[in-house]
Design a protein around this ligand. Sequence first.
Ligand code: HEM
Length: 151
Amino acid sequence: MTKFLLSLHVLAAIVAVGPVTVAASMFPPAARRAHAAEAGVGTVRLLHRICRVYAGIGIAVPVLGIATGAAMGVLGDAWLTTSMALTAAAAGVLAAFVLPRQGELLEELTAQGSVERRATAQLAMFTGIFNLLWATVTVLMIVRPGSTTGA
Ligand code: HEM
């Protein structure tokens, strides 16, 4: 059962977090290209949609992670508590900064065909913070400092 839950957890991380990382990283340059009329707003809209939809699917990652941790009896371990806090921080950055700002830029591009360079740079910064947070969680999941279970 533990192996089954862990497989689903890792699968969810790959399928959901992967697309969000790629689409969110592509969004700021795509918005700048749409601003310069080198690309269509359609691409920017699609990238935003991928981020929104896969962020929703990504909720399965901590849910399955907690189920795996409970099945293994490691929910109280420091590496897992830290991972949960970092996952919550990553989700918070995505929900409070990345997705809303993408939405705002998309609206501006649709309405007036232009965006401020400062706004795309700021979005790129928040996207970088999000990526750094979940990449740290992935390393913690594999290294599991202080853990006596598994390899
Ligand atoms: C609330 C958040 C999370 C919890 C409670 C959680 C829990 C767990 C647990 C209990 C394991 C098994 C570790 C072991 O075999 O001893 C695991 C493995 C793993 N988790 Fe998470 N996880 C969370 C978030 C994430 C996130 C955000 C990612 C990546 C995007 C992730 C990626 C992985 C990977 C790749 C493994 C496999 C590591 C390995 O077996 O070497 N997890 N997780």
